[in-house]
Every structure is written in structure tokens, then in C-alpha cells.
Design a protein. Structure first.
Length: 383
């Protein structure tokens, strides 16, 4: 199998699996217990917290362990608004965000907040002028993702921070799931940042929320008061320790991986962009990550391309979900203004540190072969 779906999830490092088992075996005590064993486990948990904080360049008391980035996003968005609701009732987001952000904003809208959608340009970058025009004294929350998960655009977080300087009441959240370690960011400039272990070769079911100030964010669930009361529930210590390990191992590889991914993306863009009807929705330019490429064959359904590649052992993903009754166009691509046919025919290819040049070459070969054998004629017949 050639696995090119690393945006969806990644294969855990062997060392991470080993750590998870070891911690479960030898440190299964509850970190909240005040007995000696509990204290030892708590020390381990805090060592993991410090390691994560050091890698992210922040203080360890700003790091909270959660169950996933969806939970981190929910806590940051709902919790900050709960704190700030007396200062205003406007919130800003774009429609290219992951559902764990977008649907939380829609929930806030149902709860009575005024939701302003900020535009993006045709490449999917936040329209800074539009954002500026939407900011008011009533605005209390802005959320912008670091790197888009569908096509890889790197958002201008620093420029947004500049715009928000005149609005100290605004909580600025960044969903860092697809950007962490891939792109540099100074987290001390923003209020919160979410990451998820399974996107960087850690395990599913563990995430982190960086939160600059606990004081300005309410907890949205209630219980035993773990994680400084922000996220009650017995902490998944093996998950937290293995997340810290995965983050460190990923950090060590960052530069080598960047070079490799550039080479892979360039090869795909060079080879496929010259083919008639193929559209590359992730241009080869500095403000797009090289690990994600979104490619379309308009008039062909993404699912048909996925199936053709599947049969030849290549795993990529489609970006528009087909449920039994309806076909949903991917909202992020739609917001960029891409045509319906382009969106329906789009697939996403994503690399990891493990992806090999031969695998990328094989993908190109098979894609071309299927295109000329199956898809070209269908596209040209206009049916
Ligand atoms: N945000 C982005 C940009 C993502 O790509 C994902 C997962 O695909 C998430 C949030 C949600 O992450 P998790 O699976 O940890 O809930």
C-alpha cells in the first residue's frame, strides 16, 4: 500500500507506541491521587507538559492536555466567549475552517452571537482588508487556522495579530492542527492554539490546547478540576507522554522533511499540471505547505478517482463527502470560488516523513495511466 493520506491521520512512530505501553504498564496511577505513586505519575505528566511547552516556545502552565483538537477548539472558542460575552456579541470566522471550528461558531450563532464571515481570496487566504472592515468594538472572538487542511494555504497569522492590536478584548484562536512544526509561529502573540497527536505520528485520542490565559477562558465542562479546571476528567497520561515524544521526534525531522516534500510536490505539479484538464488547487509557492496537494479532474467525481487509485494500492482522500442522500461540496473549496465541477473532482494527496520518492513517482504513473485509460474520454465526451 502507498499511503498518501497523512492529513487525515499518520502512522504512529514505533517509539511512541513503546512509550504508550511502558507508561500504561509502569505508571498507571492517577496523577490526581496524593499517594506517592500518584505523585510520581503527576511528575511524569508535568514533564510531558514542559517538553511540549519548550518545543512550542511557551510556558508550561499554558499547556492543557485534551482528547483531540476538536475538543481543544471547542474549549477555546466556547470558553473564551463565555468569559467575554459581557463585552460584546460579535464573532468572526471564515468558511474555510475545519468543522470543529466552523460548527462551533454556528452553535454560537444559535446561542445569539452575531457571526461575521470573513472572505478569503481565490487561493484561500484571509482577506485582510475585509477582516479589518469587520472588526468592531463589539467583536470578542476571531478564529483563523494556521494551515488549511484541504489545500494547504498558510494563513498570515502575524498580519492578523497586527490588525487585532487595536482590539484588546478580542480572543484570537488559531487551529494549528495542520501547521504545527511545519510552519513557524510565535504562540505568545495569540490567545490559543490547538494541536492533535495523531497528525504528527502520535496516537489518536490526545490533543493539546495552548491557552495564554486561563483567567480569560471559562471551562465548558465540569468535574474533578483536572488540567487547572479547564478540562476535567482523569488525564490520559500515557497519551500525553507519547504526544510529547511524537512532537519531539517530529521536530527533529522538520528540516529534512521540508526539503523532501518540496521535491515531491514539485514533481507532481511539474508532471500533472501539463496534462489537459488537470487542475492543481495547491500552487507551488511559499505560502502553501508542500505536504498537501489538492488536485482536480473536473467532470469526474473525486470518489471515482479515489476508487481507481485504491484498486492499484494508492490511498489518497476525496474532499467532498458523499452521504447516502446528498453530495456535499467541500465548503473550503467552495468558499475559494472554485467551480462545482472542480470541487466535485478534487482529491487530496498528503505526505509524511515516511513518504518515499518512489511512492510519489508511482502515484504519478498510476494517476496518468488511469487518466488516459478512463477519465480523459469521459471528460471530453462532456457527459
Ligand atoms: N483542525 C484541523 C485543521 C484538522 O485537519 C483536524 C482533523 O482533521 C481537526 C481540527 C480535528 O482534529 P481531531 O481529529 O484531533 O479532532
Amino acid at each position: 500500500m502507498i499511503y498518501l493520506d497523512n492529513c487525515a491521520t499518520t502512522k504512529p512512530y514505533d517509539e511512541v507506541l513503546k512509550t504508550f505501553v511502558e507508561v500504561n504498564n509502569s505508571y498507571y496511577g492517577n496523577p490526581a491521587s496524593i499517594n506517592k505513586y500518584g505523585k510520581t505519575v503527576n511528575k511524569l505528566l508535568n514533564a510531558a507538559r514542559t517538553q511540549v511547552a519548550d518545543i512550542l516556545g511557551v510556558e508550561s502552565d499554558t499547556i492543557y492536555f485534551t482528547s483531540c483538537a476538536t475538543e481543544s477548539n471547542n474549549i477555546a472558542l466556547l470558553g473564551s466567549v463565555e468569559h467575554k460575552k459581557d463585552f460584546g456579541n460579535r464573532i468572526i470566522v471564515s468558511k474555510i475552517e475545519h468543522p470543529s471550528v466552523l460548527e462551533t461558531f454556528r452553535e454560537l450563532e444559535h446561542r445569539g452571537f452575531i457571526l461575521d464571515y470573513v472572505n478569503v481570496d481565490e487561493n484561500g487566504f484571509i482577506d485582510l482588508e475585509h477582516l479589518k472592515s469587520l472588526l468592531t468594538k463589539e467583536t470578542i472572538l476571531v478564529s483563523v487556522m494556521h494551515v488549511n487542511n484541504i489545500f494547504g494555504a498558510i494563513q498570515p497569522i502575524g498580519k492578523i495579530v497586527e490588525l487585532l492590536k487595536d482590539y484588546p478584548k478580542i480572543h484570537f484562536h488559531v487551529d494549528g492542527v495542520q501547521g504545527v512544526l511545519k510552519e513557524k509561529i510565535d504562540l505568545t502573540m495569540i490567545d490559543s492554539y490547538s494541536i492533535s497527536a495523531h497528525k504528527f505520528h502520535g496516537l489518536k485520542g490526545v490533543g493539546v490546547l495552548y491557552l495564554k490565559s486561563r483567567r480569560t477562558t471559562h471551562n465548558i465542562t465540569f468535574g474533578g478540576g483536572q488540567e487547572n479546571g479547564l478540562r476535567s476528567g482523569t488525564v490520559n497520561v500515557p497519551g500525553a507522554v507519547s504526544l510529547a515524544k511524537a512532537l519531539r521526534l517530529t521536530q527533529e525531522k522538520v528540516n529534512d522533511v521540508k526539503e523532501k516534500h518540496y521535491e515531491y510536490k514539485k514533481l507532481i505539479v511539474d508532471e500533472l499540471s501539463t496534462i489537459e484538464h488537470v487542475i492543481i488547487n495547491s500552487p507551488l509557492q511559499n505560502d502553501f505547505v508542500d505536504s498537501i496537494i489538492n488536485i482536480s479532474l473536473p467532470k469526474i467525481k473525486g470518489e471515482a478517482i479515489i476508487n481507481a487509485l485504491n484498486e492499484r494500492g494508492i490511498m489518497v482522500s476525496t474532499t467532498s463527502a458523499c452521504s447516502s442522500r446528498t453530495f456535499h461540496l467541500n465548503e473550503a473549496l467552495y468558499t475559494r470560488g472554485l467551480s462545482k465541477e472542480n470541487i466535485e473532482g478534487s482529491i487530496r494527496v498528503s505526505f509524511s516523513y515516511e513518504t518515499k520518492l518512489e511512492e510519489v513517482k508511482k502515484f504519478i504513473e498510476v494517476f496518468k495511466d488511469e487518466y488516459y485509460k478512463k477519465f480523459k474520454e469521459v471528460i471530453e465526451s462532456g457527459i
